[in-house]
Design a protein around this ligand. Sequence first.
Ligand code: PHE
Length: 462
Amino acid sequence: MNGSSKSARGGFASRLGFMWAAVGSAVGLGNIWKFPYITGEYGGGAFVLTYLVCILVVGLPLMYSELIIGRRGGKDILGALRDLTKEAGLPGTLLSWLTGAMAVLTGFLILSFYAVVAGWAVHFFVLSVGGLELNGGAGETFGALVANGPLAAIWHTVFMAITIFVVTRGVQGGIEAACKILMPTLVGILGILLVYVAFTGGLGESLIFLFRPDFSKLSGDAVLEALGHTFFTLSLGMGVMVTYGSYLKDEIHVLRDGFWVAVLDTVIALMAGAVIFAVVFSNDLEPSAGPGLLFATLPGLFVGMPGGALVSTAFFLLVVFAALSSAISLLEVVVAYMVDEFGVLRLWATLGMGFAIWLLGLASAFGLNMPGFLPEALGGGQAVLDTLDNLTTKYLLPLGGLLIAVAAGWMLSKQDRESGFSALPGNGGLLVSSWTFLIRFVTPVLILLVILKGIGIIDFSD
Ligand code: PHE
């Protein structure tokens, strides 16, 4: 694929522009909302350590795979994989269709509920700006919001509108420009919060909880949860990094950039965890409070702090920013697919798909339940939001990751496989072979285990 056809569809203005966008996609509700609560549920240190190992042996190899496939393809995920299978001399395009269609569907589904959770954050941001008057306590305020469909739908709509607006402006004018402002702000606000809790107490206990592993608490289930979360938090398994990689100029060093995206994502999750657990421990709260940990607990704590409304405002602004830059990437995968595969104008693709996602999101905002004919494991009879979250994180993302790993490990030419490592001394010899080994054998097998566990074919519970 030559450079000129890439520049016709735009590209990132600079290496840092790509970095901001990729970090922006990776860092989101997964880091600030999900990582702390699952860490709390699975008992801290040992889970965190497992998650870090998963980032290394599954996350990083897949990150490189997606960036390399995207950069060589210069297209949306389906197009990039179709070219790849064709060039590898494989019959048919089943793999590319499966992976591509599933990726687009996954992005569609994730964004629909993601925007609702982000909308909750907008609600608490607005409450904080208004002086953080909680009705009852944080739990009650959160409960009242979740029970109030129209209110949740309003914030969902506001969030989707902003996301659509940024994506209509295109990769360079929109995504890169937004992330360049969003990401440094986010790190800055987290830094301020960390300093704050260092003075107000709880930080020591929080760090011990996060970093002192107690392996007696580590069940097989926790290992698999850590693996599944790796996909979600690094935006892997549905072509975000393939799509962003397709806007990369050839000279960009994929290996280094992928590495920094994973490092920054992890650091931000740990910073968020450190802040949240510091507040939890200094107020004698339960670390294992579950998905409500962020929304039902922290606002109550902010209320009790001097200058709490201000801290709360900063905190929820941070959550909204992080969610926005992830949402942008989710929509971008769907839009790039419509633009590249069907030649739809970017503006119409964004408005049309954005509208459809918003519509589906209303089901989550209004707290509707899935019809009972769905098998229970897939969420039959449960809330739409939980079902879509489960379906995408436990099944669709890992399956997409598995297919991408197969494509990268077994279909990329040797030259392509080495392309991400070429800037290293000796062309990255040992690293290339380690990556090839991981992506061919280790990564797919581990992912398969997660999926089989999810379906219930194997059972690790001790
Ligand atoms: N990585 C994002 C987060 O942690 C969520 C996401 C998943 C974004 C998949 C894009 C694709 O919040």
